[in-house]
Design a protein around this ligand. Structure first.
Ligand code: CO8
Length: 261
């Protein structure tokens, strides 16, 4: 991951975990530490979250962290996922996702990767039909946790979220814009500049008023997880420890490898 800092009070964080920017425990931990530093540094008022991995924003949670590991590892991993979501969802900084796979053939922003973008205040997606975004958990035979669901409902509304989640839909740009998964679709070479000009618009609002408003809109959703954080970890661990779920995840990983060959 490479955070770049500017004198304008905006930090550009570029996710980097080749080949597909999956959210490994290491990347999650690094990202949480970076966010904490930025939150505590008065010089910063905004973050652009983007990718430094050719062809991809993020393939979501790292399936290798969820397969064939110990219950203790699953618990540690899930706590890190929760922590990242809480930090981003409640961030007092302006957050903009610039979904801009560099040079690519493909640029998906899937599941956990999509979740990260949904925590942002604004999402800009590069216009390429291969750049899909969505929460596809059901396709893997798993269920998106309630706080993934809540984040999606808060963004696109109940009915659209229900359909998207049940079918595990991945939306290409035009459909993503229409349903509200992203706020703007622009040519690929304009993603970064658009994100920065959106940032300037949001930063023109007095921080305290914007931050209190953000908190008013989001606090109840975050509190729901905070109230049952341990139970949510337990659920995740027991769900992942089931043979049937491990088999489904292994089969999905195998399918990814075969598709390649
Ligand atoms: N985690 C770990 N490894 C991955 C992941 C991933 N999410 N995605 C791909 N990889 C691996 C592949 O297995 C492959 O490994 P190898 O080189 O060893 O064969 C390598 O990355 C490259 O992958 P591809 O060859 O498929 O790369 P492409 O550029 O052709 O395609 C895609 C990129 C489109 C991103 C494709 O890899 C893909 O579809 N990946 C799967 C994405 C996905 O389904 N993610 C969902 C993860 S689950 C999640 O985020 C939420 C879980 C919530 C859990 C709740 C439980 C209660």
């Amino acid at each position: 991951m490479s955070p770049a800092f500017s004198h304008t009070g905006v930090a550009v964080i570029k996710l980097k975990n080749p080949p597909v920017n999956s959210l490994s425990l290491e990347l999650l931990t690094e990202l949480v530490i970076t966010l904490e530093k930025l939150e505590n540094d008065k010089a910063f008022r905004g973050i652009v979250l983007s990718s430094d991995c050719p062809g991809i924003y993020s393939a979501g949670l790292d399936l290798l962290e969820m397969c064939g590991k110990s219950p203790g590892h699953y618990a540690e991993y899930w706590r890190a996922v929760q922590e990242l979501w809480l930090r981003l969802y409640l961030s007092k900084l302006v957050t903009v996702a610039a979904i801009n796979p560099c040079f690519s053939l493909q640029g998906p922003c899937i599941a956990g990767g999509c979740l990260i973008s949904l925590t942002c205040d604004y999402r800009v997606l590069a216009d390429n039909p291969k750049y899909v975004t969505g929460l596809n958990e059901t396709v893997l035979g798993i269920v998106a946790p309630f706080w993934f669901k809540d984040t999606l409902v808060n963004t696109i509304g109940h009915r659209a979220a229900e359909r998207a989640l049940q079918l595990g839909l991945l939306f290409p740009p035009a459909a993503a814009l229409q349903v509200g998964m992203v706020d703007q679709v622009v040519p690929e070479d304009q993603v970064q500049s658009t994100a920065l000009s959106v940032m300037a618009q949001w930063m023109a609002i007095p921080d305290h008023a914007r931050q209190l408003t953000k908190s008013m809109m989001r606090r109840a959703t975050a509190d729901r997880l905070l109230r049952q954080r341990d139970a949510d970890v337990q659920n995740f661990v027991s769900f992942l420890s089931r043979d049937s779920i491990q088999k489904a995840l292994q089969a999905y990983l195998e399918k990814l490898k075969q598709r390649k060959g």
